[in-house]
Design a protein around this ligand. Structure first.
Ligand SMILES: Nc1nc2c(ncn2[C@@H]2O[C@H](COP(=O)(O)OP(=O)(O)OP(=O)(O)O)[C@@H](O)[C@H]2O)c(=O)[nH]1
Ligand SMILES: [Mg+2]
Length: 256
């Protein structure tokens, strides 16, 4: 499987070297694309230096900070145009351990449309977050799962493998959310298309270096959009029809 690992960055100079090294250690054959939005620290210089000796590493530099969702959409389009089979999302801040990637990629290779590195299934964990943040993330996920009928535990997770055919099937047009909302929107599209999603347990570690780029607006956007999509499912009976379609189409009746 030709794999493109996408690493979004905005001022991640303190983490970028280590994450790139660890990715190389665990997935030596994959291509890596750093998509940087207007970093003002040394992030770009560090990536350029490494790219000089690593032909499988490159950087896309954008001069406007357009948000995580927009950065991933940009990188997905590049990956699809270039014919990759699998596209990986991983944060630059070392919260996601690249050691799990071979397992996730092998599931994708075996046909799983979307593989999610999940904090909230048995074996998964969150290390270093204050209790309030874990609570918000956990209940936010429960809310999204319930309202949208996702049957998943970690739809906001940012550690994922998409098969390229999944992205082609669900389409990237009209995806409008950023941050957590973006992850939920892409998951929702995948589930709605009837494609298989599998969660793999991960130990998520809070960032040790650098500063967070998430803010309250992103949480509120996710909440607002999830509620809107849920209501629209309700009004259009879309979810009811989806459940109905997934039922067995014929039941063998006993011969009279
Ligand atoms: N290209 C790009 N990358 C971004 C943008 N915002 C955040 N990122 C990167 O996306 C990843 C996730 O962002 P984080 O700030 O770590 O968000 P988080 O993991 O939800 O929260 P913390 O770990 O607490 O910071 C990191 O690698 C960031 O550098 C953006 O606007 N553009
Ligand atoms: Mg982070």
């Amino acid at each position: 499987m030709r794999t493109l690992i996408i690493v979004p960055t905005h001022n991640e100079a303190a983490n970028i070297s280590e994450i790139l090294e660890r990715i190389r250690e665990h997935v030596p054959d994959a291509d890596v694309l750093v998509i940087d939005d207007r970093s003002t620290d040394d992030t770009r210089r560090i990536v350029h230096e490494r790219a000089d000796t690593d032909s499988h590493l490159r950087i896309v530099e954008r001069e406007v900070k357009r948000g995580l969702g927009d950065a991933y959409l940009h990188a997905f389009r590049i990956g699809l145009d270039e014919g990759y089979d699998a596209l990986v999302e991983i944060d630059a801040d070392l919260s996601h351990d690249p050691a799990v990637l071979p397992t996730m990629l092998s599931l994708a290779e075996h046909g799983i449309a979307l593989v999610i590195g999940s904090r909230y299934i048995p074996g998964g964990s969150v290390i270093g977050w204050p209790r309030r943040r874990t609570w918000l993330s956990r209940w936010g996920n429960r809310y999204a799962g319930f309202v949208l009928g996702l049957a998943l535990n970690d739809a906001t997770a940012g550690y994922r493998v998409y098969r390229a055919d999944t992205l082609r099937r669900i389409g990237l047009e009209g995806v409008r959310a950023d941050g957590y909302g973006f992850q939920i929107e892409m998951t929702y599209r995948t589930v709605r298309a009837g494609l298989g999603v599998v969660e793999v347990p991960i130990a998520f570690r809070d960032r040790v270096a650098g500063t967070s780029k998430m803010h309250r607006g992103i949480v509120l956007e996710a909440f607002r959009l999830v509620t809107l999509w849920g209501l629209s499912d309700l009004v259009t009976l879309r979810r009811v029809r989806r459940t109905y379609r997934s039922l067995p189409t014929s039941i063998d009746a006993p011969e009279p």
